[in-house]
Design a protein around this ligand. Structure first.
Ligand code: UDP
Ligand code: MG
Length: 322
């Protein structure tokens, strides 16, 4: 049986990249909800190499608020790596993941906790409106979910982002998945490895370019095939057999090129996995005094006082020197 709600430690994981303005309202919103419901909680903030002074603000907050625990990355490793680090260091019986920009309302947490106590291992929040988003974001979001549900995995729910609550059991399982190209929504749906994550991750451009190029070439080929039919039947200016050869050639070369492009994408991903690089590098911590943490595929540097640790500090020091 799980512990009663008030005693169960809830870890709230928040990846943060240049969120100086969002932080005060985020912390006060979480504090407000947690104190009014008497939850035992910790906020694990991951500073993903911010360069706008977020790091210093987080250090100050951590000094005055022991509930705020911070990991500082050596540089920007990306949203998904930051979430991974948060899950690695969260010690709660329940672990929530939410964005810093308050698009994920912390007011939902008590309701989600109640579901977790009923025995669910993963509780996801689903967006009902997109009032704050522009047309482009709405359209791309719709397209994203359509592509991913038809081509990748229909178990990935529409409009369910990364705002989730996990049980300790679920966290133990998810921690074992340590691939480079991470896509939490797919990993949570327990399929989809390092193949099509690109649809949402930073290497999307590469995949999009190769697919775009493939389709562009195919479209040109189709145009030429139409011309060859036109030349044969309307202009009657061809030798017998030429049109069918052109058409067959275009169809098969096009299919081969697209297939090779996709295989190349997989090979590139296998290569990147095979390098076994760390998912993130932690240079500093606040209110997290784990002496020698052992985390697979991660570098956690021992904290030495006095050194400039974060990207922001290094940049600030450099600016002073100039
Ligand atoms: N974020 C991060 N590293 C990055 C980019 C974003 O940790 O390289 C954080 C960001 O501070 C925010 C969350 O991830 O808390 C979601 O980012 P964003 O709001 O840009 O994504 P969206 O809401 O558009 O999915
Ligand atoms: Mg956002």
């Amino acid at each position: 049986m799980l512990e009663s709600r008030a005693n169960m430690l809830l870890s709230i994981v928040v990846p943060v990249y240049n969120e100086l303005e969002a932080l005060p309202s985020l912390f006060s919103a979480i504090r407000g909800v947690m104190t009014s419901t008497h939850h035992n909680y910790e906020i694990i903030v991951i500073d993903d190499g911010s360069v706008d002074g977020t790091s210093d603000a987080l250090k100050q907050t951590a000094e005055s608020d022991p509930y705020v625990k911070v990991l500082f990355f050596s540089r920007n490793f990306g949203h998904q790596a930051a979430i991974t680090a948060g899950l690695d260091f969260a010690s709660g019986e329940a672990v929530a993941v939410m964005d810093a920009d308050l698009q994920d309302p912390p007011e939902l947490l008590p309701e989600m906790m109640a579901l977790l106590e009923q025995g669910y291992d993963v509780v996801s929040a689903q967006r009902t409106t997109r009032t704050g988003d522009g047309m482009l974001k709405r359209y791309t979001a719709w397209l994203f979910y359509w592509v991913i549900r038809t081509m990748v995995n229909e178990r990935i729910q529409v409009e369910v982002g990364d705002f989730r609550l996990f049980s300790r059991r679920a966290i133990t399982a998810i921690r074992q998945l340590r691939e480079q190209h991470r896509f939490m929504r797919g990993m949570v749906a327990k399929m989809l490895r390092f193949a099509w994550t690109a649809i949402s991750s930073f290497s999307a451009l590469r995949l999009r370019l190769s697919v775009f190029f493939g389709f562009f070439v195919a479209a040109c080929g189709v145009g030429y095939a139409i011309y060859s039919v036109f030349a044969a039947y309307v202009l009657k200016a061809t030798v017998p057999g030429w049109t069918s050869l052109v058409c067959l050639n275009i169809v098969f070369s096009g299919a081969t090129l697209v297939a090779i492009g996709l295989v190349g994408e997989y090979v590139a991903r296998i290569y990147e996995e095979a390098k076994g690089r760390p998912l993130y590098v932690v240079v500093d911590r606040a209110n997290l005094n784990i002496s020698q943490p052992q985390v697979a595929k991660a570098v956690i540097l021992p904290t030495t006082p006095g050194e400039p640790k974060t990207t922001y500090e290094r940049a600030a020091r450099k600016a002073n020197r100039l």
